[in-house]
Design a protein around this ligand. Structure first.
Ligand SMILES: C[S@@+](CC[C@H](N)C(=O)[O-])C[C@H]1O[C@@H](n2cnc3c(N)ncnc32)[C@H](O)[C@@H]1O
Length: 224
């Protein structure tokens, strides 16, 4: 095959291209779930693990909360109803729109932002936050974006901040969207320990699902 007579052509960056493709696949899959109607995870019910943190015996005093991957806003609205100043982010515009309607219907103020939880610097989300909540967002984020997610939260964490995260373990669903390879990775305690330096993994509680799921509680070291 004849090629242009130059040695100056840059080699295509196959790694970047593959990573871009993966992010695009995740976006398309998520957007498709919302476009199809009610997304399978959208129960409209606040999980007891969050209720316990906010209303239970060791309850946190209301402060500033950031929800990552808020979907249609059930939990952002719940937190706002309990006195928290809430910012919530989701990658899919239509989910954010529904979240806005839900907060309005409940008569609470929630700052709802359409954007990427791994690129918080591109959003107006200065923090600091006392609580981060993630219900099944991180475990679906491509592996190459997860350090950026962790750095974004760390940068915005108040001393002693809490991160409550629910996630699927590795490959429990047999990966419903095979081209999204990161969905098979899920999330593990070891991964969080590695990716969140300066945080302590306080608790790992198995979820009640029929496949391996976990509730992780992390605490930002107050001295850092
Ligand atoms: C499994 S759903 C859970 C939604 C919501 N937390 C709930 O429980 O109803 C994951 C959510 O995270 C969002 N998401 C995934 N990747 C994201 C990212 N990089 N930034 C922001 N949101 C993201 C998706 O659009 C989706 O709404």
């Amino acid at each position: 095959m004849n090629r242009p007579h130059t040695t100056q052509q840059p080699e295509p960056d196959s790694t970047t291209t593959q990573q871009d493709r993966e992010e695009e696949s995740v976006y398309r899959a998520l957007e498709g779930y919302y476009r199809a109607g009610k997304a399978p995870w959208d129960t409209g019910v606040t999980p007891p693990e969050l209720v316990d943190l906010i209303e239970g015996p060791g309850t946190l005093p209301p402060g500033r909360a950031l929800e990552l991957g808020c979907g249609t806003g059930t939990n952002a609205t719940y937190l706002a109803r309990h006195g928290w100043e809430v910012t919530a982010v989701d990658l899919i515009d239509s989910a954010v729109g529904q979240a806005r309607e839900k907060a309005e219907a409940a008569g609470v103020a929630v700052r709802l932002l359409h954007g990427d939880a791994t690129r918080l610097d591109e959003l107006d989300v200065p923090g600091p936050f006392d609580l981060f909540f993630d219900l099944s967002c991180y475990c679906g984020i491509p592996l190459h974006r997860r350090d950026a997610y962790a750095a974004g939260l760390t940068h915005r964490a108040a001393p002693g901040a809490r991160l409550l995260m629910f996630g699927y373990g590795p490959e429990p669903l047999g990966n419903p969207v095979p081209e999204v390879t990161s969905w098979a990775a899920g999330v593990t305690a070891d991964e969080l320990r590695t990716r969140f330096p300066g945080w302590e993994l306080l608790d790992v509680t198995p979820g009640t699902n029929s496949v391996p799921t976990f509730w992780f509680t992390l605490h930002r070291n107050a001295r850092l």
